[in-house]
Design a protein around this ligand. Structure first.
Ligand code: NAP
Length: 452
């Protein structure tokens, strides 16, 4: 016999929306309320994907359809642990799925990391994506910049820093971001990987894109390419690696075009110290070399220093702890087994589930989140008989409680208004051929448009 299920999802990014959609498909007799601390839905797509990646941003269209289907109700501007407590969840729902992602930068413990001009990539991304909780201005005053890391976030950061602001004008960047980028005096962006060019974590489309930026030359260094640097038949080499090796080899043969900006790719460089008198003046690396396993590296005892005035650490994201939810400090994830939340002893915590980056860590592309959500939903549904009936199985009662607490929550109809407003701003901007939207940044402004 099926029971009517009520499930809350915390986090309206792709992980939360996929989980809701999979749950509603597998178990139609369900009411799902999807909460987000931000007034607008879409999480990482709205606030993590680079503005000049419209193809990835396009995932919003399928997420929109999932939310528009009527099974999932969206409530924004509601912070779990503050506006909405675990006790509220227990009173109104059978279960909760946490899909809060990973939005902090992983720590890099080297001297000088606290200097002015040393930034976490996650913060910079939040700035250029117009996240309401981040400052509106960004100190773009460096001519030479170091970006640490060889993953796609490093590529996003390097590309946005190297691109001329006018080439970002067809995107949804807010006016303050365009103004900031326009003032940037940058001439040289240096990206550093601690391993070799065959061990990069980029993906081919994103790597190729670097070579297509207007008025930016790619610079590579022979010392980073030992003879036979790419071994096609080595263990773990995929077609993606082969494509990327060809892209890199192509760049090595290219001559400088005399572009006004350069994007340098350095490898075998492990950061050891950022130096400067109060602010970043240079960064020091230890050169590394591959171990016989062909993937890991060791320090060679040789050090190299580069003059830079800013350092961006793009060495991975890290999850944030949620109140009353068991957290693994080492990996920055909610403690879980297959999406079932467990305590430090490994015992299951009833009614609590996790999915997405807060479940498995900040790796993988957006699409991978679907299989991850399927696992969590299958486990939730396997537990269905154990899930206790809530005392007040009623969303209206919860919304009333939120209003009494002074929470100005937004809803799906409100998002439709904000969405239409942003699209209208884009259409009204006549300085470019085509602009799909201009984002509203301020939280209060978003809320007041959504609630108008
Ligand atoms: P990532 O792919 O895990 O890359 C992290 C990079 O940081 C690696 O090169 C890693 O080197 C390096 N690193 C880690 N600790 C370091 C240290 N102490 N010193 C120097 N380097 C260090 O992570 P990400 O770039 O944050 O991306 C997260 C996920 O989002 C990835 O799956 C990525 O593909 C995806 N993403 C996709 C796009 C897109 O446009 N498609 C955009 C952004 C993000 P090692 O390899 O040596 O560990």
């Amino acid at each position: 016999m099926s029971k009517k299920l009520r499930v809350a999802i915390i986090g309206a990014g792709p992980a939360g929306i996929y989980a809701g959609n999979i749950l509603a498909t597998k178990y139609p007799d369900v009411d799902i309320d999807l909460f987000d601390s931000l007034p607008a839905p879409y999480g990482l797509i709205r606030y993590g994907v680079a503005p000049d990646h419209p193809r990835i941003k396009g995932i919003v269209n399928s997420l929109h359809e999932m939310l528009d289907g009527g099974h999932i109700r969206f409530y924004g501007n509601v912070e779990f642990g503050k506006d909405l407590k675990l006790d509220d969840i227990k009173e109104h729902y059978h279960a909760v799925i946490f899909a809060t992602g990973a939005i902090k930068d992983a720590a890099l413990n080297i001297p000088g990391v606290e200097l002015e001009g040393s930034f976490g990539a996650a913060d910079f991304v939040a700035w250029y994506d117009g996240h309401p909780d981040y400052p509106r201005t960004w100190p773009l005053n460096a001519k030479e910049v170091a970006v640490l890391g060889n993953g796609n976030v490093a590529l996003d950061v390097a590309r946005v820093l190297a691109k001329h602001a006018d080439d970002m004008l067809s995107t949804d960047i807010p006016a303050n971001v365009y103004a900031g980028l326009k003032e940037s005096p940058v001439t040289d962006v240096h990206v550093f990987g601690r391993r070799g060019p065959a061990q990069i974590k980029f993906t081919p489309i994103e790597l190729r894109e670097l070579g297509e930026i207007e008025d930016v030359d790619i610079v590579l260094y022979d010392e980073d390419f030992p003879d036979g640097w790419f071994n096609e038949v080595a263990e773990g080499v995929t077609n993606q690696h082969k494509v990327m090796a060809r892209i890199i080899e192509g760049w090595r043969e290219e001559q400088s075009t005399g572009a006004s900006r350069r994007l340098h790719l350095h490898f075998f460089s492990s950061p050891v110290e950022i130096t400067g008198n109060g602010k970043v003046e240079s960064i020091k690396f230890e050169r590394t070399a591959l171990n016989p396993d062909g993937t890991s590296v060791h320090g060679t005892g040789q050090f190299v220093e580069y003059p830079v005035q800013a350092v961006y650490r793009a060495i991975g994201y890290f999850g944030s702890e949620l109140p009353e939810v068991p957290f693994d400090e080492k990996y920055g994830v909610i403690r879980n087994q297959g999406g079932r939340v467990v305590d430090a002893s490994g015992a299951q915590v009833a009614a609590l589930y996790a999915t997405g980056w807060i479940k498995r860590g900040p790796v993988g592309l957006i699409g991978h989140t679907k299989s991850d959500a399927t696992e969590t939903i299958d486990n939730l549904l396997a537990d269905i008989e154990k899930l206790e009936d809530p005392a007040t199985p009623d969303s209206e009662a919860l919304l009333k409680k939120l209003s009494e607490r002074g929470v100005k929550y937004t809803n799906w109809a409100g998002w439709q208004k904000l969405n239409a407003h942003e699209i209208a701003l884009g259409a009204a901007d006549t300085s470019h051929v085509e602009r799909e939207r201009v984002k509203v940044v301020d939280r209060e402004e978003q809320v007041s448009i959504a609630k108008a």
